[in-house]
Design a protein around this ligand. Structure first.
Ligand code: FUL
Length: 424
């Protein structure tokens, strides 16, 4: 049996996890056609923001506590938010401004990390005459910048796009490889070549979802599992359990492993029902209690929260989203990053494991000293980077302590206590 206590995060995974909050920005033709998945046949002229201001996104995100942002440089419809020299179906065709460049510059100015979503599925390349997606071409030796890969037409095109994004708009913090495909047509992806190019050009970037550094938590509703391990069992190069399984790294899965990897979870969820902006959803922006519940169940369950905020047709975050983000940022600072000195009223327990030394805690209990007696408040399973436990009713203890009930190896855990008035 392989020893799960020996698995450690890479430096890039550790830096990624410590950021806790990453923003997602879905922006493209869908913003203007009111769709969630475009067709690939949109006229590039539909993409026409009336007052694009990427600094407004960055200023809002920075003040809300986000540490980086990932932009849909290309969503499934294939339209590119930068003037790629490999196709005309981009902002270069009509709009004229380079959204990727504007956001990456604003991020540099604002001190926000910048990541890219480059959809592997590409309906424009699938449907346009002469498109590369699934065209049955054979793999040939192909020059991509200074590197050579043996790939077919679509994979060459995808590598060229990656090369453009990673060399002209860097540094890149995260590359998000969405697994979804609206048509599931036959095109295989040369993942090894993609990963190799990303590692060479952006060695600090995490490669998420389809990649080796960060896994999809398995839902888009904003929560990680009660038991969320970053040490994940693999057999023959694949995760033992499906990413959506109720347990991906428990004893049953570990027993089937021929390899263990540090593979932490990312929770992607939108601040609105859709990923793209729809005016009809202006009244459906998540409330502060909802956002804080998501925070506790993502960051507070050993995951990174990837919260999507879609710009409107002006090219700015809409007022309800800005308001929600401001309230969220202030609440995280005041309630979750500020500890309550005891004695005092509390309703949140926070535990942190030093994950540079791996993830070791299997179960723990928390006790409170009330009226001179220690009483058990709660029990939990994994801790990892951070565990947040909300209490149904506030208490005013003289002291709080934790007990590790079971751990894979010695570990360092720290406790703090908090008060969140939005918990009903
Ligand atoms: C999914 C996509 O199909 C959605 O449109 C969105 O981009 C979401 C984050 O991932 O797989």
């Amino acid at each position: 049996m392989i020893d799960p206590s020996a698995v450690r995060p890479s430096a890039r995974q550790l830096a990624w996890q410590r950021q806790e909050l990453t923003a997602f920005v879905h922006f493209g033709p869908n913003t203007f056609t009111d769709l969630e998945w475009g067709t690939g046949l949109e006229d590039p002229a539909v993409f026409a923001p009336t007052d694009l201001d990427c600094s407004q996104w960055v200023d809002t995100l920075v003040s809300a506590g986000f540490k980086s942002v990932i932009l849909t440089a290309k969503h499934h419809d294939g339209f590119c938010l930068w003037p790629s020299k490999y196709l005309s179906h981009s902002v270069g065709a009509s709009y004229g401004r380079d959204v990727v460049a504007e956001l990456s510059a604003a991020c540099r100015d604002g001190g926000l990390g910048f990541g890219v979503y480059l959809s592997p599925a590409d309906l424009y390349q699938e449907k346009a005459p002469g498109g590369y997606y699934g065209n049955g071409s054979t793999a040939v030796s192909s020059r991509i910048g200074d590197f050579t890969y043996v790939v077919d037409d679509y994979n060459r095109f995808y590598l060229q796009q990656l090369h453009e994004l990673l060399t002209s708009y860097g540094p890149i913090a995260e590359v998000w490889l969405d697994g979804a495909n609206p048509t599931s047509s036959a095109q295989t992806y040369a993942y090894d070549a993609w990963f190799d190019l990303i590692r060479r050009l952006a060695p600090d970037a995490t490669i998420a979802i389809g990649g080796p550094d960060v896994r999809w938590v398995g839902n888009e509703d904003g929560f990680a599992r009660e038991t969320e391990w970053s040490v994940v069992p693999f057999a023959q190069g694949e995760m033992v359990a499906a990413q959506t399984a109720p347990a991906v790294a428990g004893p049953a899965e570990l027993a089937q492993a021929d390899e263990l990897r540090w593979y932490p979870a990312e929770v992607d969820v939108s601040i609105r029902p859709g990923w793209f902006y729809h005016a009809s959803e202006d009244s459906a922006v998540k409330s502060l209690p909802e956002l804080l519940d998501i925070y506790r169940k993502s960051v507070g369950r050993n995951a990174v929260l990837l919260l999507n905020i879609p710009p409107d047709r002006r090219g700015q975050f809409a007022a309800p989203d800005v308001e929600a983000l401001q309230a969220f940022g202030a609440a995280v600072r005041d309630y979750y990053e500020t500890a309550v000195p005891l004695p005092g009223a509390i309703n949140v327990i926070s535990l942190r494991e030093d994950i540079a030394a791996g993830q070791q805690v299997e179960s723990f209990a928390v006790d409170a000293l009330i009226d001179g007696t220690w009483t058990e408040l709660a029990q939990g399973t994994t801790i990892g980077h951070r565990r947040l436990l909300a209490l149904d009713t506030p208490i005013t203890p003289a002291d709080v302590r934790f007990r590790i009930l079971s751990a894979r190896a010695a570990c360092r855990v720290t406790l703090s206590v908090h008060y969140d008035p939005t918990i009903a």
